[in-house]
Structures are given as C-alpha cells and as structure tokens.
Design a protein around this ligand. Structure first.
Ligand code: ADP
Ligand code: MG
Length: 735
C-alpha cells in the first residue's frame, strides 16, 4: 500500500478534522499501512483509536477491531460515523456483539459481504463464534486491531480469558497485520501480549507514560471521609471521581457527600442500566460535581476536565491505579490524584485472595505488594510509577508529588532489620507481622503470653519504639524483598534468599522513619460517627456555660422548659463545633432545621462573638454531617403519620414494636421535625390523662427524662402514654 504523506494528512483532515497527528500516531499509522505488525503503548487519552481508524479508512478491505467493552462499541461506531461525512457513513463502521438482534446482524453481514464496511468492532466472545469465523473468512481483512490488549495477560489488571483465544481465531480467519494497543503495559504484560499474539517481532511504539500535570499523593485513611468532604468543598465546582472497592461503600459515600451539600452520584454495576446512564450523564453534563464509583466507571469516558481522582480504597494494582488516575487532567490542566491508604485494606484484599488457585494468588500478591511499596515509599512517586511501566525518569525530584514536596526522614535500619530477622528465625518463620512487632516492642498481651513469648530473649529489645514502628520495618523488609509473606497461611512472615544473604552479611539499608499510616481500621463500617461524639466531653467548658445561660434566658422569655429548646448534647456539640451559621448549627446533634430556625439565632450570635473575641480556630471549618440511620424508615413514618395511619399498622409495616416506633418518632421530633399525632393520641390516651401529663412537661419537668417523668407522675400512667404525650409536647412547643 502506498499512500503519500500529503494524502494521509488530507484524509486525517477530511475524516477526523485534525490538522496534525498527536505523539507518534503518524509513525504508527505509516508502519501499519506498510503491512507490518505494531505494538502500541500509549497512556490513556493519548489517541490510540486513531492509530487503527485512519488506516482502516485508507486500506482496501475491512479492519477487525477487537475490544472488550460491548457497552462502548455503539458509542465508538456512532462517533466514527459522525466523523466520517460521506454518503456511505451508515455502512462504513459496524459492531458485532451479543446486543444485536437477528435483523441487525443480517444488515451487518450484508454490508460486510458487499465490501462497504471499513471497520468492524467485535467482542472477543463474538469473534470466536463459528458462524462469524466462516463469514469473516469470506471477506478481505485489512488488519486486526486489538484494543485494551492488556486483557490478554494474567498480569494485567483486567484479565479476560476470552482474550486468550484471539490468536487462534485470527489464524483461522486468515492472516493479516496485527496492531495491539494498550495504556497499561508493564514489561511483564508487554511480553505476555506479544507472545500470546505471536507478534514478538512486532515493532514496539512506546510513548512516554509521564503525565506531568498530575499530582500524586498518598494519605493516611483514618479521617478519610472528613478529608474528602473538606477537599471537595475547597475545590468547589470542579469535577472529580472517587473510586471505592465495593458497591456498598459507593452508595454510602455518595449519600454522605449529598447530605453534606455536595452534588454526588453513585455508579456501580449493581445499579440498573437506566440509573447508571442517568448518573453518568449527570456527571458528564455537570449536573453533579462528583461521581462515586467502583472501577466499573471510567473506561471510555472522555471528560477532559476531571480535576481530581480520589481512591477511597487502595487499588489492587498499580496498573489499575495508573489507568484510574489517568482520567484526571486529560486536557493537560490540573489533576490531583489522592489515595487513602491503611494496612487494614491491604489485609482485606489479601483475605479475598485466600482459597483462590495458587498461581492467581501469587500474581495478586505481587501486584498488591507493588501497591504497598508505592504507597509506603519515600521516593518520588512519578519515578516509581514510570519505572513500573519500564520507563526511566531521570529527575530525582518531580516537584509534583507528596514525597517530592514534603520529603520524609530516613534512617539506617540495618540493626532493626537484623532484630526482625533474628526473631523470625528463632520462631521458625511461624508468626505474623503484628505478633513479631509486639515481641520486639515488648508488648505483653494474652496471645504473647500464651506462647510464653514475653520470656523470649528478644522480647522488648526495641521497646523504645512502639509496635507500629516495628510493623513498618517488617513491611519495608517485604518491599525490599528481604522478607516474604505467606498469604495462604494467614500471612506468616518468612525470610527470602536475598534476606538470608543480608542476614549473613548485613549492609546498611535506608528505611523511612515516620510512617503515618494507621495500623487499625479506618473510619469504616463499625464506627459511623465522624465528628466528635456528642456528650463525650472535650468541648469548651466556658462556651458551654454561656450557652446554658442563653438557653435559660430564652426559656424564661418563651415560658418553656429549657430542655425543650436544645437538649444538653446539642449544647455540648455546639461547644465543640463552634457553629456560626444556621446551616452549621443544624449539623449539631439533635438540631433539626426547624429548631435551628426557631431558636438558633441567639446561639450562633453568641458563638460568633465568642469565637472572635477568643481568637478560636474552628475545627477545620468543616463539619461532617452523618447519614441518618434508617432514614428510609423515618421518611416512611413521617409520611404514614401525615396520612393518619394507626401506629399499630406502621409497626406492622416496618416490623417494629411500639417502643421501637416511639424511639424513631422521638428522634424525628427531637431533631426539629414537627408532626401531628393527635389523631392517634385521641384514641390511645384518655383526655384527662393527656392534660395531666402535658401540664407536667410544660410546668414541672426539669428534663426530658422519661424515667423521671414516670417517677414524678406516679403509677397511674403507662409509659407508652407518657411517651406519646411527650412527643406531642415537644413537637408543638419545641418545633
Ligand atoms: P486512548 O484510546 O488512547 O485513551 P482516544 O483514542 O480515545 O485515546 O483519544 C483521546 C482523545 O484525543 C480523543 O478526544 C480524540 O478525539 C483526541 N485525538 C486523537 N488524535 C488526535 C489528533 N491527531 N489531534 C487532536 N486530537 C486527537
Ligand atoms: Mg481507547
């Protein structure tokens, strides 16, 4: 095939509207047009598609494009038809996958056989079907393009077994040049791909993977939710993606962000297609700023101005990480990539691997170790990443990652590593990191004692440092391949050959001093409270006293019991959070919008003055509001009461007993929502009793305590009655 440079440029302009090629596109295309195999390694957004689309339009015959993403094929074909303005554009590109019906398949075949189609996108599982092979045998193939080629390799982050059969099928259909393309090839993956496709002789076109505009940072996860909210608020109006590992976490985090006034949408494979599409659209059209997603989101999304990518959970491999962070700053502008990291997450991921075939485990473990080593390293992050992709980054300081901007202190850890190894050897490599760390730091607990390890000669040899320090030394030993961890055997630590060499001829090794990553769980699952717990103390006692006085004055003025205005935990919260706007006040425990509006003004005025006079730094100027538990129950209850549904029926519908229902209603009214339960009280409580209880709360009660009320009121009343009337009272007077 001979085509002049001028012709090529004129086709680039005619079909795609571009005046010039990007990166090494031209070289690649020319190479392919000359009938050679090509292996293209180009970062996400580099312009890989054009490398096969343009040649397909230039060459006789039809190009077969193999791509794993059925969902995106239609988009790609539509986009291509849009681009190519010829009268034949409806026939010029087609796709073949399981989403087509019989008639559509016939149309595709007819066009192919007539030679009108220049590009055919095929899913690998469709390609291997006998009838398709037979049909493709009868047409002229210009070349095969294998997009997202890393799917071939088990060492890639997105291995797909059906990709393994591509080579065999291609040989059945008939020989033609092959172009394989990927954005995430480590040297290992690269060689896998080439071997598997039988193209070891292909010319490799490798662009630099460096994305100079991306900023990389790893943070400790202990306060991740608050930090994320703060970060997004500081970056108002910018688009960002937050990746989580589980669907559950996606939903929770999206809800938390929304509750905190951030427009966020969830995205994961468990949502129905319509919701998923709508959420994605909201993000692309900027009706939402943030998309919280599993890694199902992002492939093929071409939003150029994503300003941040946050990994809430640690990624499973550096390739995945690079692909995902690569979605930030495609337009060359700002792109902040922040990952929250703790060891617990790594352990969780290791647990998932238990029981899997050994080879898969080995791979998963190595990929994860690379992530740990990246996260814990004190080297330039850019250098590590590029190195991982087989590229040399000559600078020592990139000036655009946390390690370069805020270097960490190092020390020679030769002696410490020797202690670790002596201990491991003396215990026959039979213990895990935490146990070893406890012995070295001299921490005695029941487990240590049960092995009599508090009497071990090395017990407490490093008691100047805490177990976290020793655990960090062990992890750095893993990263340096001096130590190894047996995942299948609960993570027992053993010593590698390299480690044994070190042990017999020790040499200085530089370790990082200050590891700030927490050992323990993050703010996850078990502990939903993000802000200081109300009533936990720690508030500002002077402010608290002032607020109590304000409450008392207001109570007298309004002729209300003080606790009806704000209960003590609310005031305590105020003395911790220093709210100065009604919205912020609303974040304090037990302060609903209604209450904030009704009573809040006085309080925030006083707090504002106090903050100013005493020069108080308010907590991060950010408060995190929690997602109300069982909020769906609450909504149901409020709606049912509006419709005057008997309480017994509400209980039945929600499978609660009366006392649980009253708990819910109490929490609804105490946060300031006004509801009218007269219809039920008239039936459930004698009118005289009601008056007596009501008057008690209004005139006698010193607090909102039910126990106290039961004591004061004597034995004539049923607790449920008292609680019902109290709800009525709080709702009418307080809200
Ligand atoms: P990749 O598959 O490598 O991630 P794409 O093929 O999706 O990248 O291309 C990324 C973006 O670059 C697209 O918006 C595409 O239109 C654009 N692009 C590709 N080639 C050129 C070019 N020669 N000139 C300008 N823009 C280009
Ligand atoms: Mg692509």
């Amino acid at each position: 095939m001979t085509i002049t440079k001028d012709e090529l440029y004129s086709k680039l302009k005619k079909f795609f509207g571009f005046d010039s090629f990007k990166g090494n596109q031209e070289e690649i295309i020319t190479h392919l047009l000359e009938g050679n195999d090509a292996f293209v390694l180009m970062p996400t957004g580099g312009g890989k598609s054009l490398c096969y689309q343009l040649p397909a339009l230039c060459l006789p015959g039809c190009a077969i494009v193999i791509s794993p993403l059925i969902a995106l094929m239609k988009n790609q074909v539509d986009a291509l038809r849009e681009f190519v303005h010829t009268e034949d554009s409806a026939h010029i590109a087609h796709f073949l996958n399981s989403s087509l019906n019989k008639t559509q398949i016939q149309q595709v075949r007819a066009d192919l056989l007539e030679g009108r189609t220049k590009l055919l996108y095929v899913a690998p599982e469709s390609l291997t079907k006998e009838e398709n092979i037979a049909m493709l045998k009868s047409i002229k193939i210009s070349f095969y393009a294998i997009d997202e080629a890393h799917c071939i390799s088990e060492w890639g982050h997105d291995f797909r077994p059906e990709y393994r059969r591509i080579n065999e099928t291609v040989n059945k259909i008939g020989k033609a040049p092959i172009i394989a393309l990927t954005a995430t090839a480590t040297p290992k993956v690269q060689s896998d791909i080439q071997k598997n496709l039988g193209m070891t002789g292909a010319k490799v076109f490798k662009s630099s993977f460096n994305r100079p505009n991306l900023y990389y940072e790893i943070r400790d996860k202990s306060d991740a939710k608050r930090e994320i909210i703060k970060f997004i608020k500081e970056n108002k109006g910018k688009s960002g993606i937050i990746y989580c590992l589980s669907r559950k976490k996606v939903e929770e985090l999206a809800e938390l962000l929304n509750v905190n006034g951030i427009k966020a949408r969830p995205y994961h494979a468990g949502l129905d297609a319509a919701t998923r599409a709508a959420n994605q659209d909201d993000f692309l059209m900027e009706r939402a700023d943030v998309i919280v997603a599993t890694i199902a989101f992002g492939m093929g999304i071409d939003k150029p101005d994503v300003r941040f990518v946050i990994h809430y959970d640690v990624p499973k491999s550096l390739e995945g990480y690079y692909q995902e962070t690569g979605r930030a700053g495609r337009d060359g502008g700002e792109g902040k990539c922040i990952t929250f990291y703790n060891h617990k997450d790594i352990q969780k991921l290791e647990k998932f691997m238990q029981g899997k075939p050994l080879s898969e485990q080995e791979i998963g473990k190595q990929l994860l170790l690379d992530v740990v080593s990246y996260a814990e390293s004190n080297q330039c992050r850019r250098k590590i990443l590029l190195n991982y992709f087989g590229e040399d980054y000559p600078e020592d300081n990139c000036g655009c990652c946390d390690n370069c901007l805020y270097p960490k202190e190092q020390f020679d850890g030769q002696q410490q590593m020797m202690y670790v190894m002596d201990l491991i050897l003396s215990l026959q490599e039979n213990f895990k990191t935490e146990h070893l760390a406890d012995i070295l730091a001299g921490v005695s607990n029941s487990v240590i004692k049960s092995y009599n390890h508090h009497k071990h000669p090395l017990f407490g040899i490093g008691k100047d440092s805490d177990p976290r320090f020793w655990a960090a030394v062990i992890r750095q030993g893993l990263v340096l391949h001096l130590l190894d961890k047996d995942i299948d055997k609960y993570g027992l630590i053993n010593i590698t050959d390299k480690g044994m060499e070190f042990h017999s001829h020790p040499y200085p090794i530089m370790l990082t001093k200050q590891r700030t990553f927490t050992e323990c769980d993050d703010d996850d699952d078990d502990s939903p409270m993000v802000r200081p717990k109300p009533g936990a103390g720690g508030g500002d006692p002077i402010l608290l006293a002032i607020l109590k006085q304000v409450r008392l004055d207001l109570a007298r003025k309004l002729n209300l019991p003080p606790w009806v205005i704000f209960a003590d935990p609310s005031l305590e919260d105020m003395s911790i959070l220093y709210p100065v706007t009604l919205e912020e006040l609303h974040h304090c425990s037990g302060v609903g919008e209604g209450k904030a509006r009704k009573f809040g003004k006085e309080f925030i005025k006083v707090i504002e003055r106090y903050v100013e006079e005493n020069d108080i730094l308010r907590p991060d100027d950010i408060m995190v509001r929690n997602v109300a538990n069982k909020s769906t129950n609450k909504i149901f209850i409020i709606q049912s009461i509006d419709r005057k549904m008997p309480f017994e029926d509400i209980c039945k519908a929600k499978d609660m007993d009366m006392s649980e229902l009253l708990d819910e209603i109490e929490s609804i009214v105490s946060s300031g929502t006004r509801i009218n339960i007269d219809y039920y009280i008239h039936r459930a409580v004698d009118p005289d009793d009601m008056d007596e209880i009501y008057t008690y709360f209004k005139e006698e009660a010193h607090s909102d305590s039910i126990d106290e009320a039961m004591r004061d009121l004597g034995n004539d009343f049923d607790e449920i009655e008292v609680r019902l009337v109290r709800i009525k009272f709080i709702s009418e007077i307080g809200n």
